[in-house]
Design a protein around this ligand. Structure first.
Ligand SMILES: Nc1ncnc2c1ncn2[C@@H]1O[C@H](COP(=O)(O)OP(=O)(O)OP(=O)(O)O)[C@@H](O)[C@H]1O
Length: 437
């Protein structure tokens, strides 16, 4: 086999046919070798000054991340798989293989990999690091223009993953800490540990639930139904966080509002959506861009995935004025029942240009009532315990039972509602990826 042919072979070979972890490791080694992407452990020890604590950038679900400098001067970020993390090994292989396939200005660049004696992933160092550090802590540097550019950049990156890359990829963990900002403030989507390939001929796949509280779409949390629309939902949450400077998972300004989405939606319905804008952005913000972005955020987080726009539509909508966008229905909130409204899904398939339609069908209103009633309990649990929710039926409860939990979670059942996973032990409010099905 020629080099290019054999590389292609590894790219198209479906992941699920690999039988053992060893064979996956071997395959990864081969891909990395062919791409000349293998780093020696000595190189990385030297680059990070033996993984010195002063060089630690942060710690994610599968281990610490260190800053380093290669001999040729390139700055790198090195993700070290924690020895104890069985879960992390799977995510590590997943991330290495998926990132080897993608190249886009809004997706982080994987420089290489070290498999022995430790497992390490090597990325380009992205100067301003992750968006969460700036958005929720050091807010001063993020004026409106930067935030709007981040919204547009992440939208383009997601469109690429969903439609324009080699394979369709669902990221599954879009959130502020997985968006890195480079020296020109260009956003880069990072952390592909939980990403899934998505066959073109399927509208969705059923899978175990993994993701982060506050960003996971309700149909995914409750039924394990995964489609590109789950990423669209997370992206909608991210838009509203960027505009308000508030974190959805810890949002609690007023008991009248169950979460950030509910707050944004209720103000939107009163014609006061601009009130969610973080006050320090008032002088730099363009009201039309803010209004349109809020409306797009709400369209993306609608409870019915079919009503949510595709990322292609989102990119088109981001060039439009707010008055030309569709009316969003009530946002979906994990842990509450969602039902499809009878409104035809025109908004999601027409780039949102059909003008403001009348608001809700009666079904949607009924859903809204159910949502409002159920949410106060579930979101309170979420805020206090950083809980995630999985459906009580067999597939998802399998995911939420002993295998799922590990050190992360202790599920308990509510006979009338979803299963709650107490993830207090997980500082990231994150549900891990188990064996992929
Ligand atoms: N390429 C990079 N350049 C600069 N900083 C990075 C890079 N990759 C990661 N980091 C920093 O390391 C931190 C940890 O990253 P990591 O992706 O492992 O976890 P996370 O996204 O914070 O959490 P989780 O694993 O729960 O999603 C990030 O918040 C970021 O600040």
């Amino acid at each position: 086999m020629t080099k290019s042919k054999s590389f292609l072979y590894y790219l198209v070979k479906p992941f699920k046919h690999k039988s053992t972890r060893e064979s996956q490791d071997e395959e990864l080694e081969q891909i990395a070798a062919q791409e000349q992407k293998i780093f020696k452990i000595e190189t990385l020890i030297s680059a990070t000054k033996n993984f010195h604590p002063d060089n630690k950038l942060g710690e994610g679900g599968y281990g610490p991340v260190f800053k380093g400098k290669l001999e040729d001067g390139r700055e790198i970020a090195v993700k070290k798989l924690s020895q104890s993390s069985k879960q992390g090994k799977k995510e590590f292989n997943n991330e290495a293989k998926l990132l080897a396939r993608v190249q886009h200005r809004n997706v982080v660049n994987l420089l290489g990999y070290c498999g022995n004696p430790e497992k390490l992933l090597v990325y380009e160092y992205v100067v301003h690091e992750s968006l969460d550090k700036l958005l929720f802590k050091n807010k001063e540097v993020l004026d409106w223009k930067r935030r709007y550019d981040i919204i547009r950049g992440v939208a383009r990156g997601l469109l690429y993953l969903h439609e324009d890359s080699h394979d369709r990829i669902i990221h599954r963990d879009i959130k502020a800490s997985n968006i890195l900002l480079d020296e020109k403030w260009i956003p880069k989507i990072a952390d592909f540990g939980m990403a899934r390939l998505y066959p073109e001929d399927q509208t969705h796949i059923n899978t175990r639930v993994a993701g982060t509280n506050g960003y996971m779409a309700p149909e995914y949390v409750m039924h394990g139904t995964l489609s590109v629309k789950a990423d669209v939902y997370s992206f909608g949450v991210l838009i509203l966080e960027l505009i308000s400077g508030q974190k959805n998972s810890t949002f609690n300004p007023d008991p009248e509002y169950q979460n950030l989405l509910d707050w944004a939606y209720k103000l939107y319905k009163k014609g006061k959506s601009l009130e969610i804008l973080e006050s320090k952005l008032a002088s730099s913000a363009d009201p039309d861009q803010v209004s349109a972005s809020i409306q797009i955020g709400l369209l993306c987080t609608q409870s019915d995935p079919k009503q949510r726009p595709t990322m292609r539509n989102v990119c088109i909508m981001l060039t439009k004025k707010p008055g030309t966008l569709d009316e969003p229905n009530r946002p979906g909130i994990p842990g509450t029942r969602y039902r499809r409204s009878h409104r035809p899904a025109t908004s999601s398939s027409t780039a949102g240009t059909s003008g403001a339609s009348s608001s809700h069908s009666s079904t949607a209103t009924a859903t809204a009532t159910a949502t409002a009633t159920n949410t106060s309990t579930t979101m309170a649990a979420s805020t206090t315990y950083r809980s995630a929710f999985v459906a009580p039926h067999s597939r998802s409860s399998a995911a939420g039972s002993s295998g799922q939990g590990g050190s992360h979670s202790v599920p308990h059942r509510n006979p009338r509602g979803p299963v709650y996973i107490d993830s207090r032990s997980d500082p990231h409010g994150k549900r891990p990826m188990e064996n992929q099905d």
